[in-house]
Design a protein. Structure first.
Length: 392
């Protein structure tokens, strides 16, 4: 039960800060005096004495207690129920039981009920009691931290599931075109996203975005940005206007402290024309003969300047074999253990080697190559890749 008892001056003491407020719950005046004397040699402990469970609750309701020394047999409570009563109301406080009974079964039950230690009174000395209290404080802090982390991990996993459900599960089916996309957050949640919106007359809007930084905060901004874009897409026929309104919405949410790089394309599959506006997000068009053209991105990222206008839109004609490659920077800026970046040249090489395959196969080959490049590390940023190809 008790930890080994090295010297009080040992550097291995788990907790070495001053002023641990100890609540001693003990009805025996003699035992209380002895325990206080054992602790009086250590300036880190300040002891408050309560003679009953009722008095203990009174102290706990008013004072900031760090650790409890508890006798199980009190005038108003007897046995393991004494510990259970305190633990039920103050589960975060570590409790060291100091008992006059050498009862192995009782000791095991107390520890199973989450008492930090069980010490027979006759074995207690200053070193043993001090070490037991310090370890109890440390173990309880570690236990609470682990439980907190477990709750946070569980909540983040739920958030990740919800966020992933917001992304399209299937690429839209569009005559004459083939589309594939994937988003892989580097943490449970991420700031990257892609989206497809099928409008009237076969028009398809597709979006690739990247929120500054990554993690849960970026994920929240991503959700708001996605909703703003979806709402604006059905209200405005002009792509630049959609980005202008979305920019205002994102700025209202972030106050300019975060931003979103974005590519917004509107595809007319009948006329084979792509109209787009980009907010600081590079995208490339790769023609059937392998010519690579960067689509101009004049606009500032969304959310930086509230009054910014996105009136400049570009229109390009699409031809059989053309391939639109829209990654986020987490793809081509992925880094290996030597500090080398994956780079756009390698990205283009992988696409060129696989361009006769389906867009899903090109996407998967690119993601696999990025992972291989980063090994044994993982990409440090979210990785998103969207590909649109004009069929022959």
């Amino acid at each position: 039960m008790a930890e080994p008892s090295p010297s009080l001056n040992s550097k291995s003491d788990p907790v070495c800060i001053a002023n641990h407020n100890v609540l001693l719950v003990e009805d025996s005046e003699t035992d209380a005096v002895i325990i206080k004397m054992n602790l009086s040699r250590d300036a880190r402990f300040v002891v408050t004495h309560a003679k009953s469970l009722g008095q203990a609750f009174g102290v706990l309701g008013e004072a900031e207690i760090t650790v409890i020394i508890l006798d199980l047999n009190l005038p108003d409570s007897v046995g393991i129920e004494t510990f259970d009563s305190i633990h039920a109301r103050y589960p975060a406080l570590p409790v060291v039981i100091l008992s006059g009974e050498e009862d192995v079964e009782l000791a095991l039950q107390a520890v199973a009920n989450e008492a930090q230690d069980y010490l027979p009174k006759k074995d207690v000395n200053p070193q043993l009691l001090t070490r037991s209290l310090l370890y109890a404080i440390e173990r309880q802090a570690r236990l609470l931290a682990e439980r907190h982390n477990s709750i946070v991990e569980s909540e983040l996993q739920v958030a990740r599931t919800i966020q992933q459900q917001m992304l399209p599960t299937q690429a839209p089916i569009l005559a004459g075109y083939e589309i594939a996309a994937v988003c892989e957050p580097t943490k449970q949640c991420g700031g990257d996203f892609f989206d497809f919106l099928q409008l009237g007359e076969g028009i398809l809007d597709f979006v690739v975005g990247d929120v500054s930084n990554h993690g849960f905060g970026s994920a929240l901004i991503m959700v708001g940005a996605r909703r703003a874009l979806r709402t604006c897409a059905r209200m405005h026929g002009d792509v630049g206007k959609i980005l202008t309104v979305a920019n205002q919405s994102i700025f209202e949410d972030t106050g300019g402290e975060h931003f979103v790089t974005l590519f917004y394309g509107r595809l007319n599959p009948v006329d084979h024309v792509l109209t787009y506006s980009a907010a600081g997000h590079p995208v490339w068009m790769i023609s059937a003969d392998g010519t690579i053209k960067a689509l101009e991105s004049h606009g500032l990222p969304l959310g930086l300047i509230e009054e910014n206008q996105y009136n400049d839109t570009e229109t390009i004609a699409l031809h059989p074999g053309d391939l639109l490659l829209a990654p986020t920077d987490g793809a081509y800026e992925a880094m290996n253990e030597h500090g080398d970046h994956y780079g756009t040249d390698r990205m283009f090489e992988v696409v060129a080697k696989n361009r006769d395959k389906s867009t899903a196969e090109i996407r998967d080959a690119l993601i696999a190559d990025i992972r291989h490049f980063c090994q044994p590390l993982q990409p440090f940023d979210d990785v998103t890749v969207a590909i649109l190809k004009v069929q022959d």
